[in-house]
Design a protein around this ligand. Structure first.
Ligand code: PDD
Length: 279
């Protein structure tokens, strides 16, 4: 696989980053994941907008222009022959040459991109069965709206889910669900889709904003408010969204079946609409 590091396209075995990089020592960096279907980037403009916002919030300069970001993404997709999968991009605060909590503004950021080939992203068998989740306390930091590479607790959440024999974990805080380990979450009651409003407590999902737009166009009611685990367990349906899962039905929460315990009509339809509109 060819990867991109600081202006160069290299075989992955030849790509290197300094051990003093603040991304490595301090998780001081941001990332984006854009999915690829039929060799094409999905909702790329949205991901670039959020990247800019994450960089602004951390007082980092955007190292590339929008056209340059697009060119690097396209080049990697082409070189690696990615038909279905994703492009990962990461910008860290770079290598100051030593370890120091304070950062200097004049250090060049480190830019890394790679692709992942994932056949079955669109025609995902999990979308036909739905996935099962457990709830775990959300003990992440308070700026989850910034897409940082600080992913230790989300990784632990995923491991807790694995150990419990299920697929993923939903985080809860003050009695309410915030989001999934790497996705935004929703419940459905009748014709109404309920999801937590945007704030610093959750990541502002790019898929979320597209799905809510398509849902409104399809005459579903959208209510942005927080919900509890109990309310989700009693809902007609539930689902999650992310750049890699698109719309994924959730059929069990903490051992309780949601609705019929099978993917419901609304989540199934929203997945179809999303894929039709975006690809
Ligand atoms: N995760 N919430 C969290 C905590 C996330 O990490 C993600 C994305 C989302 C969904 O955002 P979007 O729709 O823009 O992908 C919500 C990516 C896919 C990842 O870490 O791989």
């Amino acid at each position: 696989r060819t990867v991109y590091v600081n202006g160069q396209y290299l075989p992955e075995t030849e790509a290197t980053v300094s051990i003093f990089d603040r991304g490595f020592l301090m998780a001081d960096g941001v990332y984006e994941v854009t999915s690829v279907l039929d060799g094409k980037l999905i909702d790329f403009a949205g991901h670039l907008r959020r990247l800019q916002r994450s960089l602004d919030e951390l007082e980092m300069k955007n190292p590339l222009s929008e056209d340059e970001w697009l060119a690097v993404h396209r080049e990697l997709v082409a070189r690696n022959g990615v038909e279905e999968g994703m492009v990962y991009l990461q910008v860290t605060r770079g290598n100051p040459g030593d370890r120091d909590f304070a950062w200097a503004a004049d250090v060049a950021p480190t830019v890394v991109l790679f692709t992942q080939t994932k056949p079955g992203l669109a025609d995902n068998p999990q979308a036909r069965t739905g996935i099962r989740v457990i709830s775990v306390p959300d003990i992440r930091w308070g700026r989850r709206d910034i897409k940082t590479v600080q992913l230790l607790y989300p990784s632990m959440g995923k491991m807790m889910a694995k150990k419990a024999g299920v697929d993923d974990a939903w985080f809860t805080e003050d009695g309410f669900v915030t989001e999934g380990t790497s996705n935004n979450v929703y419940i459905i009651r009748g014709n109404r889709i309920v999801t937590r409003p945007l704030s610093s407590e959750i990541l502002h999902g790019i898929t979320r904003s597209a799905v809510l737009r398509f849902a409104a166009e399809a005459q579903y009611e959208v209510e942005e408010r927080a919900f509890t685990v109990e309310e989700a367990q009693g809902a007609d349906e539930a689902f999650l969204t992310s750049a890699s899962a698109f719309v994924m039905p959730v059929v069990e929460l903490d051992g309780a079946a949601i609705g019929t315990g099978k993917p419901g009509p609304v989540a199934t339809r929203l997945r179809e609409i999303y894929l039709d509109e975006m690809r």
